[in-house]
Design a protein around this ligand. Structure first.
Ligand code: MN
Length: 430
């Protein structure tokens, strides 16, 4: 069984060249924050305690909608995906868990897979079911839907697949299943909205009933695609209604790319939390839709505002608040490891900025209706360059000063291009 891909020496010698300069920058920022009443060590400790899961599919160039453009050395199965995720974790130290996707990541022996991941320094996060595409040899097609399909045999097959995912997840040490369905309509009149939702709820209740103790079912909504006229779980409203009907183990998962343009996602976070239904988050960024860009690539301020609400939620937890944070991206124009490193850094940075917001000043300004000072409380944190905090936390945890630079220098992809089979062409994923 393989151990972690990088040696401590490799990371250590890379970091040695940076440490003096970093200490200087960190100390300078520490003095600046101290003048604002913020203890940099406390912020660093919070950053060090923060982690996000990687999507197993994020290690491949699954890509956007129209084509797949693989690169040599891409992973071809879950074993190779875990290796790549282990590289990301070793360099970033912020991504210790992997969220697998079935049937893409199926193996014979899940106990062995769990050990294999552990040897690489990884554990498993939420399992993801897939009823949005057909698999070879499948009895019934998902062409006309899955959990909400009109054909009861299709629904039964989709429910059975989700229950199988829970069973696999149990063996992997997961505690949640994320359910996203592509069910919906492309044409007006195609679908009876009410009946489709009824069928979804009935199917989802069967999955819910199969949840082991301590498990959660995370419902992921998406406004459009592949159904462009209407989707069955289209928005946070449909999602929370479904989660409330299903019961306390059902919560909502917010994917940053699954909303209409300009929707106030940070407010959705606060709303879901208010009702104890904020179960998880899929980080990515987008210009228009589910673009699958690296976190913070388009709208880093939105990412910060989302974290501002998440930190408010942490300070005022409800109903066992324990959100599953995960990256969800798989573009076809970057090296996937580099994109996951870039997202992990941006997410940790947004978290750090939100952690230095002067909450007393913010709340006092809100209570006294001082609009400008409330806004400035956020702006003061947002404009602070927290890079030295994130970098120091990463190095102290054993990660790399400059993860992408070290990744390039270690020649990982070139080496894997010699060892791994080509992934081949094929359709992109959604
Ligand atoms: Mn997602």
């Amino acid at each position: 069984m393989n151990g972690p891909p990088l040696s401590a020496d490799q990371i250590g010698s890379h970091n040695d060249r940076r440490l003096d300069a970093l200490r200087d920058e960190y100390d300078s920022l520490g003095r600046a924050l101290d003048r604002r009443g913020v203890d940099i060590e406390a912020v660093k400790a919070r950053v060090a305690g923060f982690s996000i899961a990687l999507p197993s599919w994020g290690s491949g160039r699954g890509g956007t909608r129209f084509a797949k453009f693989p690169i040599p050395g891409e992973p071809t199965d879950i074993h190779e995906k875990l290796e790549d995720c282990a590289v990301v974790q070793q360099l970033s130290r912020a991504t210790p868990r992997v969220s697998p996707h079935f049937p893409w990541d199926k193996v014979e022996d899940y106990a062995a897979l769990r050990q294999e991941a552990a040897a690489l320094g990884l554990a498993f996060d939420a399992v993801n079911s897939n009823t949005f595409q057909d698999q070879p040899g499948q009895a019934h097609s998902y062409r006309s839907g899955s959990l909400a399909a009109t054909d009861p045999a299709v629904r039964a097959q989709a429910v059975a697949h989700n229950i199988e995912c829970i069973e696999i997840g149990r063996q992997l040490g997961s505690r949640a299943i994320t359910v996203w369905v592509g069910d919906g309509a492309n044409f007006p009149g195609q679908q009876d909205f009410a009946a489709a939702l009824d069928r979804y709820l009935e199917s989802a209740a069967e999955i819910y009933a199969a949840l082991p103790d301590g498990w959660r079912m995370l419902l992921e909504h998406k406004l459009y695609e592949p159904a462009f006229y209407a989707t069955v779980i289209s928005d946070w409203g449909s999602s929370i209604l479904a989660a409330q009907q299903l019961g306390p183990k059902a919560q909502c998962l917010v994917d940053l790319g699954h909303h209409a343009p300009n929707v106030n996602i940070e407010q959705i976070v606060a709303r879901l939390h208010r009702f104890g239904k904020l179960g998880g988050f899929h980080f990515n960024d987008s210009k228009y839709g589910d673009d699958d860009l690296d976190s913070g690539a388009i709208n880093p301020h939105q990412l910060f505002l989302v974290f501002n609400e998440l930190i408010e939620a942490e300070a005022r937890p409800r109903d066992g608040f324990d959100p599953a944070y995960m990256i969800d991206q798989s573009h076809n124009v970057t090296d996937p490891i580099e994109s996951m490193l870039s997202s992990a850094e941006a997410i940790a940075g947004a978290f750090a900025k939100a952690a230095i917001v002067d909450r007393n000043a913010l709340h006092a300004a809100q209570d006294s209706n001082d609009v400008m000072m409330a806004f400035q409380a956020l702006r003061g944190a947002y404009r602070t360059d927290v890079t030295p905090i994130v970098e120091m936390a990463r190095i102290e945890a054993g990660g790399a000063a400059d993860p992408i630079a070290l990744y390039r220098a270690m020649g990982w992809r070139e080496r894997k291009a010699q060892e791994r089979k080509p992934v081949g062409l094929g359709a992109g994923i959604v």
